[in-house]
Ligand binder design. Structure first.
Ligand code: SF4
Length: 475
């Protein structure tokens, strides 16, 4: 058991997550003690492992801060993080590839510095010195920020917007899932009611967005292809009746679970102009698939992929998760070898993140140590398939403190994925648990959330629309 004790609230987030990253498989708890003598203390099994005191901060690791009382809170926090990192590194003998960067998107910083006119070399030096980020990750952040900029420049950020449609049903719930997805068997009887509510919401959005240009549509979840052919047809027809595809750059439907993919459903998607689908194996190891409750086979992944190719889908994404229970670099390499044989157009490589809602517990993650090697293998495989990295995000509780990276072949990058991260364009979202984001010209962002519970969503659809009406006034 590890305790992180902070004197002020402001230190707790970074101290907790940094300690967790240095001790990935330990239970870490945190608390505030206003009378504590140190800014941050870390106790491991009752013994002090790190302590950042006022005296230490007064020295300042760079010698820049002569007195903590003279330093602003941002500077003090930064110095505290650096000092804590140094002590935990000495104690554990480990380094963190993202250094002290906690809860900040690396690409956001890279974008900002790019705008300020920093050269690549200046950025790499600044990132490594200020945040102790490894050179390899600094290069990745810069490379992705440059790619994101190129793609975002193609978007209409003034009159354009994107649409998200949530289908929160899956055939079974995976052990690592933290979305508010429900098992199809429990909701089968209510799906038509759900689609009716969804179509009301879509019609309202269409009316409110008249004169705007719809740039991307993303139908996610859950697993949208859990819907029957007739239900998919009904949903996509409702979208077609309400929205023009004239300015659409990308139309994605997640077909994440291969056991939901049929020729009939793919034909419905094709018929409604879907340009991009996602078939997600997560791993190509049958033992692991069984263990994490995916309830489908490796063969089904391949069959769904070949079927989609045969039917003309030329932009297929595949999601993988590195660090699933029981897997080592050997299994990851074998999965990547099989993915290379399929050669999808996009590959999204996640590092396993365990959130509270997931059934899988942190004790099951014994292999966080080798995730770094696994993601290197994945980067190599993506490169061999002719892909380059185009988006990156990090999550809380991500095993080994690594990152999720999207790779794409030329002209196959998923624009919506970047929009979610960079918040440069409004995303109007409908369906249970969805969150709409309105981005104002001055960069201000307002959000409106729909209730997560499917039954409540159906019951309160008028209230969800009312929330949206407020958000989209003068849209
Ligand atoms: S397919 Fe995705 S959304 Fe559905 S249960 Fe599995 S992880 Fe959750």
């Amino acid at each position: 058991m590890i305790q992180v004790i902070c004197r002020e609230e402001t230190y707790i987030y970074n101290a907790y997550h940094m300690t967790k990253a240095f001790y990935p498989s330990a239970e870490v708890v945190s608390r505030i003690e206003e009378k504590a003598s140190n800014y941050v203390t870390v106790m491991v099994d009752g013994e002090m492992a790190a302590a950042v005191s006022e005296r230490e901060l007064a020295k300042g690791p760079s010698g820049k801060v002569s007195s903590v009382y003279e330093a602003g809170i941002g500077e003090k926090k930064h110095q505290t993080d650096l000092a804590l990192y140094g002590q935990l590194k000495a104690k554990t003998g480990r380094t963190l590839s993202w250094g002290i960067l906690m809860g900040v998107r690396p690409t956001k910083l890279a974008m900002q510095k790019r705008r300020e006119g920093m050269s690549p070399e200046e950025f790499l030096r600044w990132f490594q010195e200020n945040y102790l980020v490894s050179r390899e990750k600094s290069v990745l952040a810069w490379q992705i920020a440059s790619k994101e900029k190129e793609l975002l420049d193609r978007l209409d950020t003034k009159d354009g917007y994107s649409l998200y449609v949530g289908i929160p049903f899956c055939p079974t719930v995976c052990a690592y899932c933290s979305f508010s997805s429900g098992e199809l068997s429990a909701w089968r009887e209510r799906i038509d009611d759900y689609l009716k509510a969804l179509c009301n919401e879509l019609a309202f959005i269409a009316r409110t967005s008249e004169g705007k240009r719809l740039n991307t549509i993303y139908i996610g979840g859950g697993t949208p292809t859990t819907l029957s052919e007739a239900q998919l047809e009904r949903l996509l027809t409702c979208i077609d009746l309400n929205f023009s595809r004239e300015h659409l750059l990308e139309y994605t439907v997640e077909a994440g679970r291969p056991d939901t993919v049929t020729a009939g459903k793919l034909a419905v998607l094709k018929g409604h102009g879907i340009t991009r689908i996602s078939i997600n194996p997560q791993t190509m190891q049958q033992q692991t698939l069984d263990r994490i409750g995916r309830k489908h086979t490796v063969e089904e992944v391949k069959n769904a992929f070949f079927l989609a190719r045969e039917m003309g889908f030329d932009d297929i994404n595949m999601d993988l998760i590195m660090g699933l229970p029981g897997e080592t670099v050997r299994e990851a390499k074998d999965t990547l070898r099989q993915i290379e044989e399929l050669s999808p157009d996009n590959l999204t490589v996640h590092s396993l993140a365990i959130k509270r809602a997931a059934k899988m517990t942190e004790e099951e993650i014994k292999n966080a140590e080798c995730i770094g090697d696994m993601i290197k293998e994945a980067a190599g495989a993506a490169g061999r398939m002719g892909m380059s990295p185009y988006y990156l995000y990090r999550q809380k509780n991500i095993a080994g403190n690594f990152e999720n990276v999207g790779y794409a072949k030329v002209d196959k990058a998923g624009i919506y994925n970047i929009l979610i991260m960079e918040e440069k364009q409004s995303i109007v979202a409908c369906g249970a648990g969805s969150v709409s984001k309105r981005v104002y010209p001055d960069g201000r962002i307002e959000r409106s959330e729909n209730v997560k519970d499917v039954a409540l969503y159906i019951q309160k659809i008028d209230e969800m629309i009312e929330r949206k009406r407020k958000l989209l006034t003068d849209f």
